[in-house]
Design a binder for this molecule. Structure first.
Ligand code: ADP
Length: 267
């Protein structure tokens, strides 16, 4: 029998993708891109062939995460019309990344497009990138329940979706809306990551929850989906991301294993 990726309407032209995982949040700034990067890195470390499609079109941050923001994805003519194909940028661990920020001339150039154009470009980036063979394609989705999120959930063969939130937003209606949207569209919700849930004392190692006294488990119960991980505020992670060394840092850090192991278990 065929899986969801094989029977999808939107098939990649230059490759074959086994699993498509969307990463989404209720609002911006909660660590959705960071979690996408961590999952991609850990999956690559485990030996899987991994790609990342940055679908957060107006706030693309995956190139910066991987320290490839000064590189450019090459575009080649394809077919007879004005079609093109994209050559993704490959990270140190071999993760293939495509993002609008790798296609525009400068990374601080804004995209001033309306919804239908954005969704068209996104479908094109999914279909026309030279992904070759991938075990996992991770899609960093824009936050919320807007146009682009709907496009990803409806036209791309999403085999699983991960929700990211911070403790104070876990019980907000905006995250619940995302969960409900995914459920209505029959998306396989793998679970929620509670990011920036606690700080670790530099002297004694004690964990102190911040933003909310309720546990991640309680929050996940409210959302009625599994809790994949509670992640600390990690300033070493921030520093390594800023210097383009996130892959090395995460790859060797056992604290981030739980997230990917729990996600794979939910599959
Ligand atoms: P989103 O994709 O949801 O907009 P990002 O992943 O870009 O969020 O993260 C927003 C900001 O928070 C970034 O500056 C990132 O470095 C920081 N951040 C995310 N997760 C953590 C964490 N666990 N510890 C410390 N800083 C974090």
């Amino acid at each position: 029998t065929k899986n969801k990726c094989e029977e999808a309407k939107l098939l990649p032209k230059y490759g074959k993708i086994k699993n498509v995982i969307g990463v989404i949040s209720g609002k911006g700034g909660v660590g959705k891109s960071t979690v996408t990067g961590i999952l991609a890195t850990k999956l690559a470390k485990k030996g899987y062939k991994v790609g990342v499609l940055d679908a957060d079109i107006t706030g693309p941050s995956m190139p910066r995460f991987f320290g490839i923001n000064n590189k450019r994805a090459a575009m080649y003519p394809a077919g007879d019309g004005n079609e093109v194909k994209f050559e993704p940028v490959t990270t140190k661990l071999g993760i293939k990344v495509n993002s609008l920020n790798l296609l525009t001339e400068q990374e601080d150039e804004p995209v001033i497009w309306r919804g239908p154009v954005i969704t068209g470009v996104l479908n094109q980036m999914y279909r026309d990138t030279m992904w070759e063979e991938l075990d996992y394609l991770l899609i960093d989705m824009p936050p919320g329940t807007g146009d682009v999120a709907l496009t990803v959930m409806q036209t791309m063969p999403v085999t699983g979706m991960v929700i990211v939130s911070t403790p104070q937003n876990m019980v907000s209606m905006i995250v619940k809306k995302v969960v409900t949207m995914a459920e209505k569209l029959n998306i396989n919700l793998l679970g929620v990551v509670e990011n920036m849930a606690y700080v670790v004392c530099g002297k004694c190692g004690e964990k102190t929850r911040i933003f909310s006294k309720k546990s991640g488990e309680e929050h996940a119960k409210y959302l009625n989906i599994p809790l994949l991980a509670e992640m600390p505020v990690d300033l070493d992670l921030v520093e390594n991301m800023e210097s383009g060394n996130a892959e090395e840092y995460i790859g060797d850090n056992k604290n981030y294993d739980e997230l990917v192991e729990n996600m794979l278990e939910q599959y």
